[in-house]
Design a protein around this ligand. Structure first.
Ligand code: PMP
Length: 406
């Protein structure tokens, strides 16, 4: 078992109070908190090693370059890809856009199809909608079952030889639904489609081995996994990289430049134009090491236990509608719900007065809320530093909200 007490000591933010109460942070699907190890790694980079990478032969530049490439190897190792397959990006959104505007634009033609699911975050919807409009392609949307699982029959029905790319989240940021990504890849390969996985809620909570899963692309955000804001990763399988041109162009991504044309660099550099966020990469690698030290299996088990407890306590409350699967084997640590007669924003506000941070609204997943026929939900999302006491604080805050608004 994880020692939450010991873990929380690593997170300086838990020393502060919110409106006089201890902070109960249950907004991890939006962004996580940072441990002192990550803060120190970023700090240390700026204090001792700061220089631009890849361009200088002076000592600091060499140190910065080495730290940047070591960070790449560490992050790549976490998802089990080669260092040459890991591109540093700012976040999941940028990673998905990179794929859409490079591989997507070069391979998707008029009449081709793109298959997503109704539970996607806007970041895995809107870029594909854009491409479909501009390419004359068709965006198809696989449905969910009543308990919020991906409807595999509908998915299979919508997958065909016309499908060029399947883009699916590993774990929903609203229902916590964990999608069977290996099965999805197997089905997609049968029709010759490539697969992008949105790993924003998966990499740090469930863990993924891209070699085992067999996906072509995987995008994830550093800020949701204890890393710095503005850090993130995009895995691009070697074979796909060879089929792709660069995304942004300019310095850093070239091998040779002439007055009239250029030759681009190969490997991750091709996709990393301009000066990268070196401190961000160094901090992200430290965040990865934090997960590795604890062990992904333990993190997943711990979050499952908390989620099961939260579901049990919420189910015991009256007038509660909980979205997503009841079986924590197919559910990550995200629980969205509504309380009959109380607006989710009011719920979040009452909780905030008690130091409990949750999110209310549509969580960048309007199509899914439309599917559920609700305008908004309240969402509590858990991580390795949460425990059952946090859930108890959530429940007592919800009881108070019911008391105030009824
Ligand atoms: N996909 C999912 C499933 C998410 O939860 C999020 C963040 N809420 C994103 C994509 C977008 O992440 P970012 O804002 O870091 O790009």
């Amino acid at each position: 078992m994880l020692s939450v007490k010991a873990i929380r000591k690593d997170f300086p933010i838990f020393k502060r109070t919110i409106l006089g109460r201890p902070l109960v942070y249950l907004d991890n699907a939006a962004t996580s908190q940072r441990p002192k190890q990550v803060i120190a790694a970023v700090n240390d980079f700026y204090r001792r090693h700061n220089a631009n990478v890849h361009r200088g032969i002076h000592t600091l530049s060499e140190e910065a370059s080495n730290l940047y490439e070591e960070a790449r190897a560490t992050v790549a190792g976490f998802i089990n890809c080669g260092s040459d397959e890991l591109i540093f990006v700012r976040n999941t959104t940028e990673g998905i856009n990179l794929v859409v505007w490079t591989w997507g634009f070069d391979h998707v033609r008029s009449g081709d199809e793109i298959l997503v699911t109704v539970m996607e975050h806007h970041s895995n919807f809107v870029p594909w909608q854009q491409m479909a409009v501009r390419r004359g392609a068709v965006l198809r949307v696989a449905d969910i079952t009543e308990d919020g699982l991906l409807d595999m029959e509908d998915f299979k029905k919508k997958l065909s030889k016309k499908t060029k790319i399947v883009a699916v989240t590993h774990c929903s940021n609203v229902t916590g639904t964990i999608n069977p990504v290996s099965e999805i890849v197997r089905l997609a390969k049968r029709v010759g489609a490539v697969v992008l996985i949105d790993g924003a809620q998966g990499v740090q909570h469930i863990g993924i081995d891209v070699k085992v899963v067999g996906c072509d692309f995987l995008a994830f955000s550093g800020h949701k996994m204890l890393g710095p804001m503005g850090s993130g990763g995009l895995f691009i399988k070697r074979e796909r990289q060879e089929e792709m041109g660069p995304f942004l162009t300019g310095g850093g991504m070239i091998r040779e430049v002439y007055a009239t044309h250029f030759v681009w660099a190969e490997g991750p550099e091709k996709f990393e134009a301009g000066t990268p966020d070196v401190a961000g990469a160094v901090g992200l690698a430290e965040a990865v090491r934090y997960h590795t030290r604890l062990g992904m299996r333990y993190i997943r088990k711990h979050e499952s236990n908390i989620t099961a407890y939260a579901l049990e306590r919420l189910r015991d409350m009256k007038d509660m509608q909980i979205f997503g699967p009841s079986d924590v084997k197919v559910r990550g640590g995200v629980v969205s719900f509504t309380i009959k007669g109380i607006h989710p924003h009011d719920v979040a506000e009452v909780l905030n007065y008690r130091g409990v941070a949750v999110r209310s609204g549509t969580h960048c997943a309007m199509p899914l809320h439309d599917r559920f026929r609700v305008p908004a939900t309240t969402r509590a999302s858990f991580y390795l530093y949460n425990d059952k006491k946090d859930i108890d604080a959530l429940i007592s805050g919800l009881e108070q909200a019911k008391h105030i608004f009824r």
